[in-house]
Design a protein around this ligand. Structure first.
Ligand code: GCW
Length: 723
């Protein structure tokens, strides 16, 4: 066959299998038809006659969702009535409208679930069991309906059900790093969903589906724009557009936040300063906030990155974070809005270990922020690495609500190409014990506010969503969006449970698929740690785009942008000494934690090189030398990806050809890139260790010079400043 002809056929094949409907668009809300006849019958019995209290937009969308979901899953349009009658099998209404006969059995539950919780309960009524979905508010009803549909989609029995659930965290938020030109900083799933050019007149149906997806997992806040902010978003032209989005989101219980550029009073307000103590500046923000609430009455507030990575902030005027945050909080307070002030700060003028800087800068301010300020802290002290110990600020500011910031987009975890199930990472952080109020003071308790009785709590995730047909690029990256939402609702959920929920709702509840795929997902995070940065290695990514390894990079203007700053490899050994003999970053943790981290013998090996600089022949717990152990870990990471590929092959019969192929191709790239990481890192570190690779580690196919020569000028997600 001629080469040209072959290429043509190849593309036709690819084209044909991918020209099917955009599989994956429906996320975990596929509502595929229930196959088991006994289940269909049971669910049909329950849904033969539904009383659904009508009314607000939220109740309307809840009813619509229920109609769509039940019709798709059970193959029958459900029969809704809007007056209560004795034949009902299912009642959906707010607590205050429950029929007299059943109201008693809900009183206690309703007291427990607050504003956003719900109850799904089977109760005896007119000599039969009926199902009731109730809540104190409309949004609770919507959440309850999504949960009911999920239970049906995943084939769970509703007989005798009693499910009382409410979110443990108040603000459950996505942070989009979307620019006004629709590029997305660290975005790997296409362009920004927000089509600013066509708004306000054109409302993309995707906005509704986006809101549905978020509401289905309890997300109730989104900030639309990049924290590296553009002040134009606060001008009337854009506020009109933001209003249009906010109106789409409102029925789904989602509040819009905007990123506020600190220098906005100068850039769009014509003032000469943005000094937070200047009366004109304060007035400008007060007026701006009033104007915003004129457009968007349920506006959430501002998310601010100040004095960080070149963003303007109060320090430009000799003021501090409290001055800046409180100025905005004062403007927002009368309207019930919040300021979310990020603690991601470090400075090239500060010779101190970067891992220590946020704590040093913020902890002394505890107790000084206004009540409507939340300080948003990344999960670890450096920057969303495949693994980091929890940020020492958690638990260290008893009087300040600390909001968790996770990164759902995979800036440092293989972009949207690698299959990495992030709830495993999130869970590890949330379960970490800060010991700030003795044993059991977990990060989850700090974040949900229970450890120090905080009045408000929050969790944010940097979104991995874009215009790709399946929203997130990698089909399995949907699980990271899903899992983030579930953990923001309840930070005590296990990643295992979440994986199972997601697989069943997205693919199938066939155990032959669920069991191996769950195992694959659960191991995937450790795999990426192994092939990128085992034993506590961190930030050894190539410059700017963070695509691929660059442990050799040492020529960037800011010392803490250079990988060599983080691994400190030399002829003696490798790792960053953060104990009292080094930067003493461990002193920022509670004594119980610091003691464990300070001694290499008690420090968990996952964090060994994060806290210690150790000789190449240091003996690991398994008896291997550090060099051999590290090399074997890199190999293990590669082997784990091989296993993922095999697992995916075994489930082929359970999915469509398109679904199979898409992930199979991505896994192949993941394997190639895992080998690249292993080989590039080991060749480079070998120039210091001067030791051979141990048995069992594949020999690199290329030279170190080759890996060093690779350039990726158009890697996605890059921010303009890097170009
Ligand atoms: O992780 C780093 C990213 C930047 C990002 C910054 C931040 C939005 O490389 O792209 O900027 O963190 O969180 O502010």
């Amino acid at each position: 066959m001629g080469c040209k002809k072959f290429i043509l056929i190849f593309f036709l094949c690819i084209g044909s299998s991918f020209s099917q409907s955009p599989e994956g668009y429906n996320l975990w809300l596929e509502y595929s038809k229930i196959q088991q006849p006994s289940l269909v019958e049971a669910y049909n019995d329950l849904t033969t006659s539904i009383y659904f209290q009508g009314g607000t937009n939220t109740l309307k969308v809840a009813k619509q969702e229920m109609a769509t979901g039940l019709e798709k899953m059970l193959g029958r349009i459900p029969d809704f009535t809007n007056s209560i009658n004795p034949d009902h099998t299912l009642i959906v209404t707010k607590g205050s409208f429950l029929p007299e006969a059943v109201i008693k059995s809900f009183e206690k539950d309703l007291q427990k679930i607050g504003n956003e919780g719900f109850v799904i309960k089977s109760v005896p009524h007119n000599k039969k069991d009926i199902l009731v979905v109730t809540a104190n508010n409309d949004i609770g009803i919507l959440y309850g309906i999504f949960r009911l549909l999920h239970l049906i989609q995943t084939g769970q029995s509703l007989v005798g059900i009693k499910l009382v659930d409410a979110p443990k965290i108040d603000i459950r938020m996505l942070n989009h790093w979307d620019n006004l030109d629709r590029t997305v900083e660290r975005g790997y799933a296409g362009f920004s969903l927000w089509n600013w050019q066509k708004l306000t007149d054109f409302i993309d149906p995707r906005y509704v589906d986006y809101a549905r997806a978020n509401a289905s997992i309890g997300i109730n806040a989104v900030s639309l724009t990049n924290v590296n902010a553009n002040a134009l978003i606060l001008t009337p032209m854009y506020l009109e557009k933001v209003k249009a989005l906010a109106m789409v989101f409102e029925p789904y219980g989602i509040k819009v936040y905007l990123t506020a550029r600190f220098s906005a009073p100068m850039e769009i307000g014509g003032l000469e300063t943005a000094d937070p103590l200047d009366a004109k500046v304060q007035k400008w923000w007060n007026d701006k906030v009033r104007e915003i609430y004129g457009y968007i009455p349920n506006f959430g507030g501002f998310l601010v990155k100040a004095n960080s990575e070149g963003q303007p902030g109060p320090q430009n005027y000799g003021r501090n974070h409290v001055d800046g945050a409180n100025m905005m909080a004062t403007a927002l307070e009368p309207f019930g809005g919040n300021v979310i002030w990020r603690a991601f700060v470090y400075s090239e003028h500060d010779p101190e270990d970067r891992a220590k800087q946020a704590y040093s800068e913020f902890v002394p301010f505890d107790g000084q922020f206004k009540n409507n300020v939340l300080v948003q802290v990344k999960n670890g002290a450096i920057d969303f690495q495949p693994r980091e110990p929890f940020h020492p600020m958690f638990g260290a500011m008893p009087q300040t609500p600390l909001m968790m910031e996770f990164q759902i987009t995979q800036e440092y975890l293989g972009f949207s190409t690698h299959l990495v199930y992030l709830p495993k990472l999130f869970e590890e952080v949330l379960k970490s014990d800060t010991y700030q109020k003795g044993k059991g003071s977990t990060v989850a308790k700090v974040v949900d506010g229970s450890l120090h009785n905080k009045k408000i709590s929050g969790m944010a995730g940097v979104a991995n969503i874009g215009t790709d047909l399946n929203w997130t690029g990698h089909p399995f990256a949907q699980a990271n969006w899903y899992g983030f939402g579930r953990l923001a609702w309840n930070p005590d959920l296990s990643s295992d449970t979440i994986a199972e929920e997601w697989i069943k709702a997205t693919y199938t509840d066939d155990e032959k698929f669920v069991v191996p795929i769950k195992k694959m997902m659960m191991n995937s995070r450790e795999a990426v740690v192994n092939y990128m940065g085992p034993l506590g290695l961190h930030h050894i990514f190539d410059t700017g785009h963070h695509y691929g390894p660059g442990p050799w990079v040492g020529n960037l203007s800011r010392p803490e942008w250079n990988p060599i700053y983080y691994h400190k490899a030399d002829e003696k050994g490798i790792g960053f000494d953060r104990t009292p003999t080094g930067s003493n970053a461990t002193a920022q943790y509670a004594d119980e934690v610091a003691t464990i981290f300070n001694d290499p013998k008690t420090c968990p090996e996952e964090y060994l090189l994060w806290f210690h600089h150790l000789p190449w022949d240091y003996e690991l717990k398994n008896g291997q030398t550090l060099w051999n152990g590290m090399a074997l870990k890199y190999q293990e990471g590669v082997d784990q990806v091989e296993t993922m590929i095999k697992t995916w092959e075994t489930v082929k019969p359970h999915i469509t050809q398109t679904q199979y192929k898409e992930v199979a191709m991505l896994l192949k790239i993941q394997l190639k890139e895992a080998k690249w990481w292993r080989d590039a890192c080991l060749l480079y570190f070998q120039t210091f260790s001067k030791r051979n690779l141990p048995d069992g580690v594949e020999k690199p196919k290329q030279t170190l010079e080759y890996y060093k020569s690779l350039r990726f000028p158009f890697a996605p997600g890059i921010r303009p400043r890097w170009n």
